[in-house]
Write a protein that binds this ligand. Structure first.
Ligand SMILES: [Zn+2]
Length: 216
């Protein structure tokens, strides 16, 4: 099990400037300006959430798992992790985390991987990649499918094994667990609240997540 120390936030929900629910299986795309803080709350627990980010003013400069992993010398992200872009620009810093189980390697679920892993009967099921594409389509003036790159997995437990493979395990995220990211530069956030029901990422029963934002 991957587990880092929990780091609670001192921020009060009384001061938020934005509040939105992301229903199970839906996406969300929203800017986070430099100095703003985004909290993502796993309301019912054990709900995987796929996460990408972009330089708001240069969307081609997207989150880079490679840059982020090399910079911090580990596969998992926790409090203090800085998410870097392909060019090495810092976009977000994780400033609070009460779940402590998030990775850079599991990727987003997709129709293709579902049918290979779980069988052809999963062909019709919605996936994170579908939600990503639907959100991108609403911003088609600046984003395209080419901007969908390997993402961060929040609130899911994906374990890297000594033989180099990885395994989806039951989540450890408790109801009300949250992470907070502070924007180090103007950033576009892209989220898929995972609809997966074929592995334990969302406890086989996806649930709603909440996102709130504080101003600088
Ligand atoms: Zn998914």
């Amino acid at each position: 099990m991957i587990k880092f120390d929990k780091a609670e936030s001192m921020k009060s929900l009384d001061d938020i400037v934005y509040d939105e629910m992301i229903p199970a299986g839906e996406g969300w795309m929203h800017p986070l300006l430099k100095g703003q803080v985004l909290r993502i709350i796993d309301l019912e627990g054990n709900q995987g959430l796929d996460f990408l980010c972009y330089d708001l003013h240069n969307p081609e400069d997207h989150y880079s798992a490679t840059q982020t992993i090399i910079n911090q010398k580990k596969l998992y992200i926790n409090t203090g992790t800085v998410l870097l872009t392909e060019s090495g620009k810092p976009l977000l810093k994780m400033v609070a985390d009460t779940c402590t189980c998030h990775d850079t390697i599991g990727g987003a679920c997709a129709t293709e991987s579902n049918t290979v892993r779980y069988g052809h009967h999963t062909l019709h099921m919605k996936t994170c990649r579908d939600s990503f594409i639907m959100m991108i389509a609403e911003h088609a003036d600046k984003y395209s499918k080419a901007d969908l790159v390997p993402n961060v997995n929040l609130f899911a437990q994906i374990l890297a094994l000594p033989d180099g493979s990885f395994e989806f395990l039951d989540g450890i995220s408790e109801p009300g667990s949250y992470v907070e990211f502070e924007a180090m530069n103007d950033t576009m956030i892209l989220i898929s609240n995972c609809p997966q029901i074929n592995n334990p990422c969302s406890g086989y029963a996806p649930t709603t997540n909440r996102v709130v934002i504080w101003d600088k």
